[in-house]
Write a protein that binds this ligand. Structure first.
Ligand SMILES: [Zn+2]
Length: 51
């Protein structure tokens, strides 16, 4: 199967990291997603820090 983060084909031996190939890809993808979420909330709430 294909890793969602690095797009490499891998054998799903360790199912706890699916759909990623490793714990590294899983955490990298999660941090990407979190930074995207932070960008979105920053642009939605530009005045949030003023209060
Ligand atoms: Zn991967």
């Amino acid at each position: 199967m294909k890793c969602l983060h690095c797009k490499k084909n891998f054998l799903a031996k360790d199912k706890k990291y699916l759909p990623f190939c490793s714990s590294r890809c899983k955490s990298l993808d999660l941090s990407d997603w979190l930074s995207e979420t932070n960008k979105i909330s920053d642009s939605l709430n530009p005045d949030q820090d003023k209060f």
